[in-house]
Write a protein that binds this ligand. Structure first.
Ligand code: HAM
Length: 419
């Protein structure tokens, strides 16, 4: 039976040569470990929420596009539910419910698996993992700068540089002002943002036809994008990034507006410089979402970003930035004399209790086959017990890279490897 389209199996490396697209759990862990390490460096705390939520959490709040992609159904208790397509509404719900317990601003991160019934294409699946970093309870644009610095350092930690990616920074406020200066009907603003969001994916004549009823000409919208100078809020963010030495990673680009409905202030997306891939990451301010999700009970400003694993993995692979993954074994214990299996098991137990990744052959196997397996698994050392002429046991410890071998008492092996 095949897996569902758009879903992935994650295999341990090395991956078998196959025409099928295979994903590696080692690469996934590499990315997740790096994400966690950098988020913690910036003082973010990890949280998690349920993968299944009430359908209502998404309808009206996330925007039509994402609602049209929901995996939703009616559960056995007659509840309308949906697999989470994004984390932000869950975070807004959680933050509103417990905000009194946390000093503001609070900085939280999560790595949820998300589900969207998307048309399959490069960089788009029906499930993906997404690093979400959000700051709740801070109006100051210093928080926007902090978040963008974290986004940049997250990508740098994986080996990417300003020659590989750029953060395109924009402002919904600037767009709102532009909209209001020509169209008095504020209720139409979201329709307008949607058209702008899709400009580069839509034929110009179609965009022009959609803009006309709102009172806009395509040329003036394009001129606003190309002429875009940073407004005051973007300048504050740029200055703080410059002070951190991170200015080179950011470009003001009003072509970014973000498709999701809830964004309010500065918004941004990260792309590979060559433009080969879809957005690696997207985010911005959403100062009204918590109020909306809590039915007006809690009103807190918020901002955040989501970075997907799919595009990032493809980008790292194309730039040769994924390391060679191995089983990471410290010791392979060779059992060449079956009468020493019990003594070997005792040693194996000691090695593992000392925290060393240790492997051995579960069944009697020829010595050279065991050694070959140790090499295949890229073990750092082999250990072999030997009976001495006086009946005592000696351990032969071999460092596989240098081929250096030493003989020591079995009780000394752990001490030698864990000084
Ligand atoms: P988003 O732009 O919908 O934002 O997704 C963020 C990133 O997730 C995208 O740039 C892309 O890398 C990845 N992504 C999205 N959909 C897929 C898919 N079907 N397959 C593979 N990767 C995908 C959000 O989700 C916002 N909730 C982010 C956010 C957090 N805003 C504030 N806080």
């Amino acid at each position: 039976m095949d897996r569902l389209p758009g879903f992935r199996d994650f295999y341990p490396e090395p991956l078998p040569p196959t025409k099928d697209e295979l994903w590696s759990m080692d690469a996934r862990n590499h990315i997740f470990d790096s994400w966690r390490a950098v988020a913690r460096r910036y003082g973010f705390r990890e949280y998690e929420g349920p993968p299944l939520e009430p359908l209502e959490l998404y309808t009206n709040k996330s925007g039509e596009e994402i609602v049209g992609q929901l995996f939703n159904f009616v559960d056995k208790g007659e509840r309308a539910v949906a697999m989470r397509p994004e984390m932000t509404p869950t975070l807004a719900r959680m933050a509103a419910a417990q905000e009194r317990a946390y000093k503001k601003p609070f900085k939280w991160f999560s790595i949820p698996q998300l589900f969207r019934y998307e048309k399959q294409q490069k960089g788009r699946k029906r499930e993906h993992f997404q690093l979400n970093c959000d700051i709740i309870g801070e109006h100051d644009r210093a928080a926007d700068a902090e978040l963008i610095a974290l986004l940049i350092d997250t990508l740098r930690a994986l080996g990417l540089t300003s020659a590989d990616f750029v953060v395109r920074l924009s402002s919904r406020n600037a767009w709102s002002e532009f909209f209001a200066s020509r169209c008095p009907d504020a209720a139409k603003a979201y329709d307008f943002f949607q058209i702008v969001d899709k400009l580069d994916r839509t034929r110009p004549e179609d965009s022009a036809a959609l803009l006309a009823p709102l009172g806009f000409k395509l040329e003036e919208v394009q001129a606003f994008i190309t002429g875009g100078q940073p407004n005051a809020e973007l300048q504050l963010i740029l200055d703080q990034l410059a002070a951190r030495g991170l200015r080179d990673f950011v470009r003001v680009d009003y072509g970014v507006i973000r498709g999701l409905a809830y964004y309010t202030g500065p918004v941004f997306e990260a792309f590979d410089i060559k433009g080969e891939f879809r957005a690696i990451c997207g985010g911005g301010r959403y100062d009204h979402l918590i109020k909306q999700v809590s039915g007006g009970k809690v009103d807190l400003p918020a901002l955040g970003f989501g970075m997907g694993d799919v595009v990032l993995f493809e980008l790292l692979k194309s730039r040769g930035l994924l390391p060679q993954f191995t089983a990471g074994l410290a010791v392979y214990v060779l059992i060449e004399d079956e009468t020493l299996r019990a003594d070997s098991l005792r040693l194996i137990q000691q090695l593992r209790e000392a925290g060393l990744a240790t492997e051995f052959s579960l069944t009697p196997t020829k010595g050279d086959k065991q050694f070959k397996r140790a090499l295949e698994l890229n073990a750092a050392h082999t250990v072999r017990l030997e009976k001495q002429a006086d009946g005592s046991l000696a351990a032969k410890l071999k460092h596989l890279k240098s081929r250096e071998e030493s003989t020591l008492a079995p009780a000394e092996v752990v001490k030698r490897l864990v000084p």
